[in-house]
Structures are given as structure tokens and as C-alpha cells.
Ligand binder design. Structure first.
Ligand code: PHE
Length: 448
């Protein structure tokens, strides 16, 4: 470790950690189902454009803020300008992001808990524990409380070990595992009856849906969620990157991996839905629209796995293990955002800060579980539809308008001395100043 506050030890380590944050339930579940309900390949096309032209520049803004600040999100933002009003604004954006990350974790942990219990369920079937199988497969308060806590405790265990021995070490183990399971499952599903129909629906665009304005809103929201933007997570991960690294290409790798895995996950989920349909499981509602997302994940796919007999137990296990791993590498980044702030601001030991904040988030999760019908959807839309785009936009405004241009150029130059000669430097500052904030604002206003 080359500094007291921790640093990623290698390029690969950073890429695995940041891609681990980005690749999550949003990619493996959100993207394919959004694609299926928004005109297939037309959505994929719009998503790709938005991810590279809007989300990538916004990701760069957050990474560069963090790497310059070398501190938690609030302090990093406050270093960008010395004006008192700007400092207050910086606090609002940084702290807002931290709260947003904590709130996202509180609902994400519930969903990840479901994934956990669904992972264990096939195992209990295989070893013949019908009572346990029944408990795991029936939604109950007890089950949800147990698995949500278990998931948060695992997240705490990794984060309490710090940047290099916690986040980096585990991301380097879990991400390759995730990729392997994903590819094995795709190979399996694509050899089943009905899969080719799914591939067609996924890959052949229905351009008439491009005219639907909701498509843009969904695609941008999905891109922001997927790249973990507007939650200060990428600011804090940026702060652990060495000054020797080329930030521009690191950000590009993370975006590329994130988009690629979302796309590849679609090759699994959409054909799997059609395979299920070929086996007589309903995937479309009476009006021809797709069944709701949770119906799909917790009814359609399990029905599909059940229909496969013994093999289905293994496939089901692999599928939900994949979801659980994807969730874990994302949740550690969500917890790191508030923990890094608490450690630096209140001079707490990392282990203390991690347990205290972990406990607080568990309390919020429990509150959501107890008031599921009112709170679950509310917290999701508050954070992902409002918080993330708004805070992401404010980060762009910070970098584009309030930060001294010369200092910004110097920060990006660090690790990339020829940056001023590249197309990135010719386009990006202009982008971050005008295009990103205006585009995000427009989409945001439309979504209201
Ligand atoms: N990007 C993650 C996903 O796609 C979710 C996430 C959001 C992670 C915000 C961190 C911060 O599932």
C-alpha cells in the first residue's frame, strides 16, 4: 500500500473493483428485462449510444474528482473550489451521493437476500431437506430478515478489510467467477428448444419503438444505475487510483466491461424466457406485454429450472449464484461510500465505521421489509429516478463550470501526458460543460 488511506495495487485490481461495482443486478437482470419490454435491439442501440456518449463522460467526471481529491466524496468535491458557496454546494452533492448509496444498499440487500435464498434452495432439494426447501421458497418476514442481514454482514466483512485486502482482493476473485458462470449458462440455454426465438427478439430491432420517448428515459436511467453514477461511489473509487494511471482509459475499460456484460446477460435471460415459453410457462401478460420483472425472476425462471429435473437444480443454483456474486461486488462499493467518509471525517477506525454504518443500513432495510408495499418502490424511485441523475448532473456541473480548467487538465494529464492532443480532450470538457448537464436535465424533466 503506497498511502495511508489505501490505494488499488494494480490497474487490473481497479478495473475489477470498479467493473464489479458497475456490473450488478442492473446488468444481469435490469438490462435484459428493460430490453425485452422496450422493443428489443432498438433499446440496445439507444442504450449503447447513451452509455458511451453520456454515461462515460459523466463517469470520467466522478473519477477525476476523486483522483484529484484523494479523499472521501465530500472532501474531494470541496477541494475543487475555495469559494464558501461552492463548498456548501460540494457538501450537498457529496453527502447526497453518500446517502443515496446507503439507501440503494438498503433495498439492494433485500433483493440480494432473495437471490441468496434462491441459491441455497436447490441445494436443500438435492440433499433432501423438504422443510428447509419450503422455508426458503416461501416468502416470509423471517426469511427476508435473515438473508438481508446475512448479505449485509458479508458486505461488512469485505469492506472492513479495506481497499487492497477487501475490495480489490474480493473483486479479483468474484468477477472471474461471475464471468465463468455467465458463459456456462449461456452455452446451456442457447442449446435448448425455443432459444433462437429469444435471440431474434433480442437482436432484431423494432425501430418503431425508437419513437417512444419513454425509451430514452429508461435507457438513460438504466445507464446511470449501471455505471453506479450519482452515488459518490465512483468518486471514492477514483480516489484510490494512483496518479500514475491513465484515467481516461481506465474509465473506458469499466464502461466497456459494464456494457458488454449487460449485453451478454441479455443472451442468457431473453432466450431463457423463450425456452420457458416453449415449455409452457407464461412469459407474456394477456395484453402481450412482458410479465413484471419480479414475476419473471422468481416465477418464470424457477418454473423453467423445475421443468428440467435434476439438471435444473444445478442450473438454478448457478443462475442465482451468479446473481448473488454480481450483487455482492456492487454492494461493497455502496458501503464504501459512507464508510470512507466516516473514517476520514470522524477519525473512526475502519472496522468501527463499517459495523456502525452497516448496522444503520440494516435498520433501514428492516424498516423497508416491514413496510414493504409502501417503502420498497418508493426508495427505489427516489434513489434511481431522482437521486442518481440529479447528483450525476451536479457532478458534471462541478467539473465543467466550477473547477479551474487548468487544474482539471493537469489532473487528467497525470498518467496520460499526451492527453491534450487526443480527441478525448477536444470533446470531453465541452461535453461535460454543456451536453451532459443539458441532456440529463431534459431526460430528467421528461421523466417527471
Ligand atoms: N451498478 C450496479 C448495478 O448495475 C448498482 C449500483 C448502483 C452500484 C449505485 C453502486 C451504486 O446493479
Amino acid at each position: 500500500m503506497s498511502s495511508v488511506r489505501g490505494e488499488f495495487s494494480s490497474r487490473f485490481g481497479f478495473i475489477m473493483a470498479a467493473a464489479g461495482s458497475a456490473v450488478g443486478l442492473g446488468n444481469i437482470w435490469g438490462f435484459p428485462t428493460q430490453t425485452a419490454s422496450n422493443g428489443g435491439a432498438a433499446f440496445v442501440l439507444v442504450y449503447l449510444i447513451l452509455a458511451f456518449c453520456l454515461a462515460y463522460p459523466a463517469l470520467m467526471a466522478e473519477l477525476v474528482i476523486g483522483r484529484y481529491g484523494q479523499a472521501n466524496a465530500v472532501s474531494s468535491l470541496q477541494k475543487l473550489s475555495s469559494k464558501p458557496t461552492h463548498k456548501r454546494f460540494a457538501f450537498f452533492v457529496g453527502f447526497g451521493g453518500i446517502v443515496c448509496a446507503g439507501l440503494i444498499l438498503s433495498f439492494y440487500a433485500i433483493v440480494a437476500g432473495w437471490m441468496f435464498s434462491a441459491t441455497i434452495e436447490p441445494v436443500t432439494k438435492l440433499v433432501g431437506m423438504p422443510g428447509m426447501t419450503h422455508w426458503l421458497s416461501t416468502q416470509s418476514l423471517g426469511r427476508d430478515l435473515f438473508f438481508t442481514s446475512l448479505f449485509i454482514i458479508l458486505t461488512i466483512a469485505i469492506i472492513s478489510k479495506g481497499v487492497e485486502n477487501g475490495i480489490e482482493k474480493w473483486s479479483k476473485r468474484l468477477m472471474p467467477a461471475l464471468l465463468s458462470i455467465l458463459f456456462l449458462l449461456i452455452v446451456y440455454v442457447l442449446t435448448q428448444d425455443g432459444a433462437s426465438k429469444g435471440l431474434k427478439a433480442y437482436l432484431i430491432p423494432d425501430f418503431s419503438s425508437l419513437l417512444n420517448p419513454d425509451l430514452l428515459v429508461s435507457a438513460l436511467g438504466q445507464a446511470f444505475f449501471s455505471l453506479s453514477l450519482g452515488t459518490s461511489v465512483m468518486i471514492i473509487y477514483g480516489s484510490y487510483i494512483s496518479k500514475k494511471e491513465n484515467l481516461v482509459s481506465l474509465g473506458a475499460y469499466v464502461t466497456l466491461i459494464d456494457v458488454l456484460i449487460a449485453f451478454v446477460a441479455g443472451l442468457l435471460i431473453i432466450p431463457a424466457m423463450y425456452v420457458a415459453q416453449a415449455q409452457g410457462v407464461d412469459i407474456f401478460a394477456a395484453d402481450g406485454s412482458l410479465l413484471s420483472e419480479d414475476t419473471l425472476v422468481f416465477q418464470v425462471l424457477p418454473a423453467l429450472f423445475n421443468g428440467m429435473g435434476e439438471v435444473g437444480l444445478f442450473v438454478g443454483f448457478a443462475f442465482f449464484a451468479l446473481m448473488s456474486i454480481a450483487a455482492l461486488t456492487s454492494s461493497i462499493s455502496m458501503l464504501e461510500a459512507p464508510v470512507s467518509y466516516a473514517v476520514e471525517k470522524f477519525a473512526l477506525k475502519r472496522i468501527q465505521a463499517t459495523w456502525i454504518i452497516g448496522a444503520l443500513i440494516t435498520l433501514v432495510s428492516f424498516t423497508i421489509i416491514f413496510n414493504f408495499n409502501t417503502l420498497f418502490g418508493l426508495v427505489i424511485s427516489l434513489t434511481t429516478q431522482f437521486g442518481q441523475p440529479l447528483l450525476g448532473m451536479l457532478c458534471c456541473i462541478f467539473v465543467g463550470w466550477l473547477w479551474n480548467r487548468g487544474t482539471l487538465l493537469k489532473e487528467i494529464e497525470s498518467g496520460r501526458p499526451d492527453i491534450a492532443a487526443t480527441w478525448f480532450w477536444k470533446i470531453w470538457p465541452w461535453y461535460i460543460k454543456f451536453v451532459c448537464p443539458i441532456a440529463i436535465a431534459l431526460v430528467f424533466i421528461h421523466s417527471l
